[in-house]
Design a protein around this ligand. Structure first.
Ligand SMILES: Cc1cc2nc3c(=O)[nH]c(=O)nc-3n(C[C@H](O)[C@H](O)[C@H](O)COP(=O)(O)O)c2cc1C
Length: 352
């Protein structure tokens, strides 16, 4: 972290968390944030679901909900970025306050509830995107929708031409009953609709499914079955958790999804179980509590072809993507591997 980033982070931490987040997006748009540029090497380049990534460390959904800062973010050292969630119609989300920092726990709780400017506004920004980066969109559903399953397809139809990948997010805990769409039957119907929309578009992009960490082994097994059946392009594991185990901060009982350090172990277990259930046949992206290169490497060994992060950036700044990617390069080299893909799934059993 450089001096500017340290001072910036200190300043941002003294604001209300949602205001601090808004200011960091503004700073990015104004070109005030220091950017690492592309971080890559022959050991770090990897292909996930047909996407060629300069490195396997991505920015998770939810940081740039409205695709306002895609150009600077794509220069920040991440190997790929996911914006959104976008819903068909604009939506205000839940009442404020709805984002809480749990500093002692290196964690956050949010109950945003898919606040976003809607698919049309987001598509217009995505149309201006840089072409030399890998950019995906997290698809969501409107809270008051009559047909939530169809909402995912509608957002994809609006934005798909400007995307490298899209993620079906049925795992946010902040839209009532959304997670019910993770059941095998509902999930299969929903994904069939999204895949048909994708197939009807001129550009064939990979479709990922993002799942919750609070699933039983049986539920994970069902999801793996659906993914294999439908030849889904990949699964992102995981979203935030409803669990509150071991937290110290006064905000621990706030409603919403918990992210950051306390999520690491739980989300890595779900990832490993998925890797086991799919026999390594479905590309997986590991997310949840990644704050160091060691943790990113652990997710990769547990079965992830790439990782994503969000909350650790709140505590360590924007340079964290580049820092973790460089750390991974060193670790892959120390293990005597010629490419990071050789490490994928080498330690799955440890997490089962
Ligand atoms: C403030 C906030 C907003 C989020 N919004 C979304 C979202 O819109 N869609 C989504 O799939 N995940 C969302 N997430 C979840 C993250 O993408 C990620 O899955 C989760 O935070 C775990 O990763 P982390 O521990 O590195 O933060 C959000 C997370 C946070 C902290």
């Amino acid at each position: 972290m450089n001096l500017l980033e340290c001072v910036g982070l200190y300043g941002l931490r003294t604001f209300d968390p949602e205001r601090a987040h808004g200011l960091s997006i503004k700073a990015l748009k104004l070109g005030l944030a220091p950017l690492a540029g592309t971080v890559t090497s022959s050991r770090l380049t990897t292909t996930v679901a047909g996407l060629s990534l300069p490195n396997p460390v991505g920015l998770a959904a939810g940081f740039d909900k409205n695709a306002e800062a895609i150009t600077p973010l794509s220069r920040a050292g991440f190997g790929f970025i996911e914006v959104g969630a976008a819903t068909p119609r604009p939506q205000l989300g839940n009442d404020k306050p709805r984002l809480f920092r749990l500093t002692q726990d290196r964690a956050a709780i949010n109950r945003f509830g898919f606040n976003n400017e809607g698919a049309d506004a987001i598509a217009a920004r995505l149309a201006q995107r840089p072409q030399d980066a890998i950019i995906g969109l997290n698809l969501g559903a409107n809270k008051d929708s009559q047909d939530r399953a169809d909402d995912f397809s509608r957002v994809l139809a609006t934005c798909g031409a400007h995307l490298d990948f899209a993620t079906v997010n049925v795992s946010s805990p902040n839209t009532e009953k959304l997670r019910d769409l993770q059941g095998a039957e509902a999930l299969s119907a929903l994904l069939k609709g999204v895949l048909a929309t994708r197939d009807a578009q001129s550009k064939r992009i990979p479709i990922f499914l993002k799942i919750a960490p609070d699933l039983s082994d049986a539920e994970i097994s069902d999801i793996a079955g659906v993914a294999l059946d439908l030849e889904l392009d990949g699964i992102i594991a995981t979203n935030t958790t409803l669990s509150r185990d071991g937290l110290k901060n006064k905000h621990r009982d706030q409603m919403g999804g918990l992210s950051g350090a306390p999520l690491f172990e739980k989300s890595t277990r779900v990832l490993a179980r998925l890797s086991h259930e799919t026999n390594g046949k479905v590309p997986l992206i590991g997310v949840g509590g990644v704050a160091t290169a060691e943790q990113a490497y652990a997710k990769i060994k547990a079965g992830a072809s790439a990782v994503q992060l969000y909350t650790a950036m709140v505590y360590q700044g924007l340079s964290i993507g580049a820092k973790i990617a460089r750390g991974l390069d060193t670790m892959v080299n120390a293990d005597g591997l010629s490419n990071i893909s050789e490490a994928v799934g080498q330690g799955t059993n440890k997490w089962l």
